[in-house]
Write a protein that binds this ligand. Structure first.
Ligand code: HEM
Length: 427
């Protein structure tokens, strides 16, 4: 059994799955029966790398990239996270001082800048012009990609030299050229015996070398083109998602001041007014409960798509190849049958004993997906978010501006459509 429903997506049947057990089976993909859906041509220009590969290619890239996201590697990136968050806090503090008392600002755009900076710093060890240019271009690309969805569903439309299509190709060329420059400079530096840099690119090139050596052949790792694709993907996968998490966190902590107080108490108890350190960050319990509850109610990635690759039985139904499967996070994350009558309410307390005890089904929470293709950047994102929210809570209290309009908007990610104007008070 299990809850499924069928619609049509162009010529393809599309099944919506909203039963956690079936979700688990699809994502565990034990027998390789499920695949990623194929992306439209233009989307591929924008999103490359790990997220869109399948089979052998995916397995190879994932193996090379995994070590770059290990806990002890993330530890080395912590200074980059702190530096970016410090800049944000300093900027906010300066504007509060100038305007005496409270100031109002849009945290949604602030957090987009922050996570773009963090990726630049943590991925390339740069905050220079190059890094900034890439994240501007990627942000423009995301908007244009969404525009293109309105027309490019017409077969062949993505090939026409419309203004939007031409600009998207030009952006892609520019981003690739910048990344190629950064990568080649770094490769030269490493060949000349340069010491490791504590950033994602360094770690990626390093684990890529290890991979080639262990294999005995040097041409089996990733090519420069591959590395470029993965770096582009970091901007896409890591920027908006983390900004979304932080934005909804500020919204919900504003709507529920008692939880804002509890989170602040914890932060002050663990760090005082000092800079957050790794040991303390791993002890934040209330903050983690809040993040989980925010991710449950407003999962940044709302939909995970798969495709049947071979004939497969799922929940008592046999599907032919090429059926699209839509795993709807919102349906499951807010299902009262799983989470109880308060499923629609903000209650971080439900996560007091961890994710597995928060609901009737331990697999019902999957904001970072699950199984072999889960989010490789989960710990990266959570560490960044913990540093940011800790530093904010240490220095400010906040409430929503009267001009705030609650409008969750689902384009690529589930984000606040009209931004999040907030009033900040210095503590
Ligand atoms: C709160 C923040 C984030 C959320 C909620 C999130 C969520 C997800 C989800 C649901 C998937 C599975 C998508 C699918 O299978 O269709 C995914 C995959 C992925 N994420 Fe994240 N993500 C976040 C942050 C990040 C960050 C910061 C990075 C990198 C720095 C990252 C890199 C990736 C990559 C590379 C994949 C593809 C993995 C694969 O296919 O093997 N993510 N993410």
């Amino acid at each position: 059994a299990g809850k499924v429903s069928l619609t049509w997506f162009g010529p393809y049947p599309r099944i919506t799955i909203s039963d956690p057990e079936l979700v688990r089976q699809v994502l565990a993909n034990k027998f390789g029966h499920f695949d990623k859906t194929k992306l439209a041509r233009l989307a591929k220009v924008f999103i490359g790398g790990l997220a869109v590969l399948d089979g052998e290619e995916w397995a190879k890239h994932r193996r090379i990239m995994n070590p770059a996201f290990h806990a002890e590697k993330l530890k080395r990136m912590l200074p980059a996270f702190s530096a970016s968050c410090s800049e944000l806090i300093d900027r906010w503090e300066n504007s509060v001082t100038v305007s005496v008392g409270a100031i109002e600002l849009d945290v949604w755009s602030e957090f987009q800048n922050l996570s773009g900076e963090v990726i630049s710093r943590a991925a390339f060890g740069v905050t220079n012009e190059e890094g900034r240019r890439i994240f501007q271009l990627q942000a423009e690309q995301a908007e244009r990609l969404v525009q293109s969805f309105r027309t490019n569903y017409i077969p062949g439309f993505s090939l026409l030299p419309t203004e939007n299509n031409r600009r998207m190709k030009a952006i892609n060329t520019e981003v690739k050229a910048i990344l190629r420059g950064i990568i080649e400079k770094r490769q030269k530096y490493m060949k000349n015996g340069g010491t490791d840099k504590d950033d994602l690119l360094g770690l990626l090139l390093e684990s890529n070398m290890d991979y080639s050596d262990a294999d005995g052949k040097t041409n089996k790792g990733m090519t420069v083109e591959d590395v470029i694709d993965e770096c582009k993907l970091f901007y896409f996968a890591g920027m908006e998602t983390t900004a979304v998490l932080l934005s909804w966190t500020v919204v919900l902590l504003s709507m529920h001041p008692e939880w804002q107080d509890r989170a602040r108490e914890e932060v002050l108890q663990v760090f005082g007014k000092n800079k957050p350190d790794l040991n303390g960050l791993s002890r934040l319990k209330v903050v983690m409960m809040v993040f989980n509850e925010v991710l449950r109610l407003y999962p940044p990635v709302m939909l995970i798509n798969r495709r049947t690759y071979k004939k497969i039985e799922l929940g008592g139904v046999t599907y032919p190849p090429n059926v699209m499967l839509a795993l709807q996070l919102m349906f499951i994350h807010r299902d009262p049958a799983i989470w109880g009558d308060d499923a629609g309410e903000f209650n971080p307390g439900r996560f007091a004993e961890g994710v597995s005890k928060a609901s009737r089904d331990p697999g019902a929470f999957f904001a970072f997906s699950s199984g072999p293709r889960n989010c490789i950047g989960q710990n990266f994102a959570l560490l960044e978010a913990k540093v940011a929210i800790s530093m904010i809570l240490q220095r400010f209290s906040f409430e929503l501006s009267p001009t705030y309009v609650h409008a969750p908007y689902a384009v690529l990610t589930l984000h606040p459509q009209h931004g999040v104007p907030v009033r900040l008070h210095r503590l």
